[in-house]
Structure formats: C-alpha cells, structure tokens
Design a protein around this ligand. Structure first.
Ligand SMILES: [Mg+2]
Length: 362
C-alpha cells in the first residue's frame, strides 16, 4: 500500500477525499495534521474540493463528513478487502499465533469505547454496551490490567461501562484515573493525570458559545467531554452540515489555543497540547510499572482516527500491537483487525479462556 500508483477503490478514494478535504479546510491552525499517509492517494483527483474548501464553502468538508462514516458494503470490492485482511489479519483468525508471544508476558488491555465496545448509534447518549460485552470486559480485567481510552469525558464513559476495576482515560487521554478497586498489585493504582487542566475554564466558555451558536440547527448536539468538546452531525440533515461547520469554525477563530479535528460525523475541539491517546497509553504503562519492561504486551483495540496515535506508539515501542475495528479497508498503524464490536467481545472472551488454560497448566 505504499505504491502511489496503486489503483484505489471508491472506499479508499472516499477516505482519501475525507483526509485531503479535512487538511484543506485547515485554514492555518484550526486543524491538526492528519496522522494518515495521504501521499498514497492521488491528490489531483480532488482539486475542486480543496479550492472550495479553502474558499470557505465547505464542499470538501461535507464529503469529508460523509466519508468519515463509511456505509458502503465491503462486498463492493472483495479483492481490496482480501488484500487488506492479508495485511491486517483478523485478530481472531490468528489468535493462537499472536498470543504465543505473550505466554511469559503481562498483557495489558487498552480499549476504545464507541464503535469498539458499543455500536455507533444515532444518539451518542445512548451508546450503551451490551451486558455480554460488560461481562467480557469484567472478566478480562480479572486477569489483565485494563483501561478504557475514549474521546468522551471520563465520567460519561464510566457511566456506560460501570466497572470500578478499570483504568479510565477520558477526553482522548487528557483525564486519566486509576481503578477505585485494587486488582493488580504492580504499579501505582492512585493514578490521576490531567495534562490540560489549565484549559478547563476555556473549554467551558467555548462549550457555552457552541451551544448558543448551534442551537438554530436541528439535530446538532454539542457534547461537553471536559477536555474535548464534540459537535455531533449524526442527526443533522446533510444540507445543514456546511452551516454547522461554519458556525463551529467561527467560534474557534477566537481561540487559537484550541484545535479542531474530525471524527465519524463529529467535530472535536481540544487543547493544542501534545497529548493524545498514544501519550495516554505511555503514561498508563509507566504508571503500571512497565515503562522499560520487556515483559509487557500491550494490546490496543480501537476503531477511529484518534486511536491511530495509540497504534503508532505500540509500533514504535515494538511491543504489543494495535487492532483496528473496521469492516472496510483503512490505512492504519494497527497490525491486526476485527470487524465489529461483536468480534471484539469474542476476542476478549478468548483472551480469558487462553489465560485460564495457561494458569491451569502451571
Ligand atoms: Mg471509537
């Protein structure tokens, strides 16, 4: 996938368009650089989007939004999918193989929430996880230190998961807290890390402004995730997306210390500090006492762009691996893949069975 002349499918084109358009709408400091390798795609396919977007018309922006939540079936291009699966095998398909490396190591589990443990739903307040999934996470946490790493605020993601034995990293890792019950003796349990604390008054101020500015747009939903504000497009009619994006940008132009990123039908506003899910997992591994350990195998499972920072950290450490949850081929730093939350649940269940069998054999 590093050959720039490779033919790209519609899905890839759509993703490329999303990335290119998002980068183009980046009138100076509003957007953070994309973590994706956009040189893979032919940029000159989308000059109109770029021009329109930079002219402030947001045409590329709408394409980006549409493409960020792909609805196309993978059957549209089976060969492309086969190639992608060869490159990022199913973590269930190669389970025994990948876990054989973990026998003598401490496995640490990092889990994104939305789209990983819960399905993506119309109303983000109703992104509940299934009881079976909660059970699977609970069982995993009996054997392995387990952290939820989410874009949502810590309190909100805790309310969905409701397992006190886990670590929680909310607001894309900017608000980290250790478990309230003690399961694992190693490392510091009383973890609390808020690297962007001084931004809190600003975030509250911008939240109020966004509420005010977006209230005329039907379906727009501004979510206060403490260190990250999310403007959801999911329930907004497509013809109003440009208007909504414009309104969000008009608020942000007065706040150069905040940056705007785009997720699956969501715009997110965060402090411009060098902190992301990747930094969060490094912090957690250190807190757990595994900063320089060779005996640790971190596994990170996530479905969105922001999870790429974590996948990248694991690649760079040469320790553990990322698993991308996706039904469609995507450029990713993850090593393995799973199709949907149901497969994530199966993977977690197999981890528990695997660990129990190892414990029995010793
Ligand atoms: Mg997610």
């Amino acid at each position: 996938m590093t050959n720039p002349n490779v033919a790209v499918s519609d899905t890839q084109s759509a993703i490329a368009m999303a990335i290119t358009a998002a980068a183009a709408v980046n009138n100076s400091s509003l957007f953070s650089p994309s973590p994706y390798n956009i040189t893979l795609f032919s940029r000159n396919k989308f000059p109109k989007s770029i021009e329109a977007a930079t002219a402030g018309k947001n045409i590329g922006w709408v394409d980006a939004m549409r493409a960020s939540s792909p609805t196309r079936s993978s059957s549209e291009n089976n060969q492309e999918k086969k190639d992608w699966i060869m490159k990022h095998p199913s973590a269930l398909g190669v389970f025994e193989e990948i876990m054989s490396a973990a026998k003598m190591k401490q496995v640490v589990i990092f889990l994104d929430y939305d789209g990983t443990l819960s399905p993506i739903v119309e109303n983000p307040d109703q992104a509940y996880m299934a009881p079976e999934m909660r059970e699977a996470v609970k069982n995993v946490a009996k054997y392995f230190p387990t952290a939820i790493v989410s874009g949502r605020c810590r309190a909100k993601v805790y309310n969905f998961v409701r397992l006190s034995e886990l670590y929680y990293a909310g607001s894309h890792g900017m608000d980290i807290k250790g478990p309230s019950s003690r399961k694992h003796k190693k490392g510091n349990q009383n973890v609390l890390c808020q690297p962007a604390k001084e931004f809190l008054p600003m975030m509250t101020e911008v939240y109020e402004l966004l509420l005010e500015k977006t209230k005329g747009i039907i379906g727009a939903n501004v979510e206060n995730n403490k260190f990250c504000l999310s403007v959801h497009f999911r329930r907004v009619e497509e013809e109003s997306w440009n208007d909504l994006a414009d309104r969000v940008k008009s608020v942000l132009k007065d706040y150069p210390k905040l940056r705007l990123t785009q997720g699956r039908k969501v715009l997110e506003i965060r402090p411009t500090i060098k902190w992301d899910k990747g930094k969060a997992i490094e912090f957690l591994l250190e807190s757990l006492g595994y900063a320089n350990s060779k005996d640790v195998l971190p596994v990170y499972i996530g479905d969105d762009r922001t999870d790429e920072d974590a996948f990248k950290v694991l690649r760079e450490r040469g320790q553990g691996f990322g698993i991308l949850v996706s039904k469609v081929p995507k450029e990713t730093e993850a090593v393995y893949s799973l199709q949907e939350p149901f497969e994530v649940m199966n993977f977690l269940q197999r981890l528990v069975t695997w660990k129990r069998s190892i414990m029995r054999s010793h």
